[in-house]
Design a protein around this ligand. Structure first.
Ligand code: ATP
Length: 613
């Protein structure tokens, strides 16, 4: 907090400083007593032995607790994300924190029920679980484990789940995903938890005294020295305790301050891709069949889709279920998926022949570009080299993702996906959403080039109709988890099923008319527009046309009235015209006619028409 931030909050400052003072005061208060300490009469051999016992027991218990606590923290974090949260894991999450809430003496009593002389385990072990080094370790593990589990759980909870999903869709089994992605990315949080657990174990007295009074650990030895010889004899015993605590705290501080060393400024955006020879494969692909049904709190997904196109897009408003549909395809959500004769629905994500690029690209923060591209379980070194070079990533192979521009990050994600030996399907979730308009256009063209070059089937999730029309031949329009319409881009564009579908497809303003022939709509004032697409049935229709599709001038197909003429900007002038009964916006050259009668031409293919009956 800056001095300015605390200036307005004297009460906060006072309360905070009071507590800090109280925590430091005992150290200051102990200074005069140090001169009374009985350094000469100190039992150095006893202190050394107790210190060694405590260090060894705390280290052993921390290792044991880490071994089980890290996987448990991972499972608990995963269960925290699941909806609904399983009762079993909620119970486990609560139960493993109980030792935190218990007085250590009570923990000791509970442990005696389990491993004491009279317990089945105690009898089985011949009493070796109490009053022994093993007993100290068990007591320390019991009281210190929650520190490690809570730290690991919160470290794993802060991990971006998309990274685990991507690693799975790159062919890795859950255990490998845990080892290669989750563990390295959460190592600092886990290490901090381990240091806390070690400190807690090292200083443990109550439970240890109940379970294993012998051999003396440092806290028990300190208590003994105080009880038999008083404060002066106890002071030398505190020295190793303080030293160990300071060393552990220094380690904790070091962990907090440690910053990844790879942070270097992001370079400029990549140059556009050079044109490449087209088409490994063209024409229709094996039929893709998707059936997804999902019932969540406040949202239901019910999608059925069949397509043989190679370039597909899922288009819909925010929250319509686009990402979920893609995740069903990737095997990250349940659903039936088939490609040709191959049933993918029964395969886990790591066994599906596809690559999934989530919205944030899903690059692993701890891996440099070179290892990132080769990360897939079935990564082909020849393909990896090819795509690294083709996408201009060779010079960046040593950089980690936070030292890359967004455009470069996207290329790394694509190179990683394309380097898999058996990728049949490339799933792209809003690949351009984080980019500005210029980069969006450029990377859109890059992707177009890649589609032509690889012939790979791509499914693009987007809410941008322009992007969908550029990069897809077939569309799936979603609305609140349901299919609004699906089919070839041109057919959907010409004949959206409803005004809502037309708006999703980019219609800004809509108007009413009447179909008077298979390719004619009357829009009032004796104007009948010629339209393209499937033959129309007579009856009321809605229609729309984009402003830049209207050509306004002295010549043209239809009579209209120019109502307003806006200021010229960026080589264009915005006009307001009346065409039939509709008032529409149009874009024209700056030197277009003045308000008054004019003529308008519209390409029939640029007019969207839907039944409004
Ligand atoms: N685990 C969940 N539990 C309950 N609802 C969820 C869960 N995950 C997603 N949803 C809901 O499902 C709906 C669809 O989500 P989805 O991410 O597929 O939408 P989208 O169309 O991709 O949206 P956007 O364009 O904003 O990314 C949303 O309303 C979301 O709130």
């Amino acid at each position: 907090m800056t001095p300015q931030a605390t200036r307005g909050a004297p009460v906060l400052l006072l309360l905070g400083l009071l507590l800090a003072l109280y925590l430091l005061a005992p150290f200051a208060a102990s200074v005069p007593f140090l001169f009374d300490a009985d350094w000469h009469g100190a039992d150095l051999a006893g202190i050394l032995s107790a210190t060694l016992v405590s260090v060894a027991a705390a280290t052993t218990s921390t290792l044991l607790v880490t071994l089980g606590g890290v996987p448990l923290g991972f499972l608990l974090a995963r269960a925290d994300r699941a909806r609904p949260r399983a009762l079993f894991w909620r119970g486990i999450g609560l139960g493993v924190q109980l030792p935190l809430a218990l007085p250590p003496l009570s923990s000791g009593v509970l442990l005696l029920f389990l491993i004491g002389y009279a317990s089945p385990l105690g009898r089985l072990s011949g009493g070796r679980l109490t009053d022994s080094f093993v007993g100290i370790v068990l007591a320390e593990a019991f009281v210190s484990a929650p520190f490690l589990i809570v730290a690991a759980r919160s470290a794993f909870r802060s991990l971006d789940p998309a990274l685990l999903d991507v690693a799975a869709t790159l062919g890795h089994a859950p255990a490998i995903v845990f080892r290669r992605v989750a563990l390295p990315l959460c190592a600092r949080g886990i290490l901090a938890g381990a240091v806390l657990a070690w400190l807690r174990g090292f200083g443990e007295f109550g439970a240890t005294a109940m379970v294993a009074y012998h051999p003396y650990s440092l806290p028990v030895f300190t208590y003994l020295a105080f009880g038999t010889e008083g404060l002066p004899a106890m002071l030398p015993v505190i020295a190793p305790t303080l030293l160990a605590a300071l060393a552990a705290l220094a380690l904790l501080l070091g962990l907090e301050r440690a910053r990844p060393s790879w942070a270097v400024p992001a370079p400029a955006d990549p140059a556009p891709l050079a044109a490449a020879p087209a088409g490994a494969a063209a024409g229709p692909a094996p039929a893709l069949i998707l059936r997804a049904g999902r019932q969540l709190d406040g949202f239901a997904l019910a999608v059925e889709w069949r397509s043989t196109a190679r370039r597909l897009a899922v288009l819909g408003a925010s929250g319509s279920g686009k990402t979920m549909t893609l995740r069903v395809l990737a095997g990250l959500e349940p659903g039936a998926v088939r490609i040709g004769a191959r049933d993918l629905g029964c395969l886990p994500p790591q066994e599906r022949p596809l690559a999934y690029v989530p919205q944030s690209f899903g690059l692993f923060p701890h891996l440099p570009v070179g290892r990132q591209i080769a990360f897939a379980a079935d990564s082909d070194p020849t393909l990896a080299r090819h795509w690294s070079e083709r996408l201009g990533l060779d010079a960046l192979s040593g950089r980690r993702p936070d030292a890359l521009s967004l455009g470069q990050q996207q290329r790394v994600a694509l190179a990683r996906a394309l380097s898999r030996r058996d990728t049949r399907l490339l799933l792209l979730d809003e690949p351009f959403s984080a980019l500005d308009a210029t980069l969006r256009r450029r990377l859109g063209r890059d992707l177009l080039a890649l589609q032509a070059e690889t012939g790979l089937r791509t499914i693009l999730v987007t809410h941008d109709p322009e992007e969908a029309m550029l990069l897809a031949d077939e569309l799936l329009l979603l609305d609140r988890g349901r299919v609004l319409q699906s089919g070839p881009v041109a057919a959907l564009f010409a004949r959206p099923v409803s005004e809502q579908a037309a708006r999703l497809l980019g219609a800004v303003a809509t108007a009413r008319g009447v179909a008077i022939g298979p390719d004619r709509i009357a829009i009032g004032a004796d104007v009948a527009l010629r339209v393209s697409g499937a033959p129309l049935r007579p009856g009321p229709v809605g229609w729309a046309v984009r402003p830049y599709q209207l050509r306004v001038g002295p010549e043209g197909d239809y009579p209209a009235t120019l109502l307003e003429r806006g200021d010229a900007f960026d080589g264009q002038r915005r006009l307001r015209i009346r065409l039939g009964d509709a008032e529409l916006d149009a874009l024209a050259d700056p030197d277009c006619p003045r308000p008054g009668l004019c003529r308008v031409s519209i390409d029939p293919e640029a007019i969207q028409v839907w039944s409004a009956g």
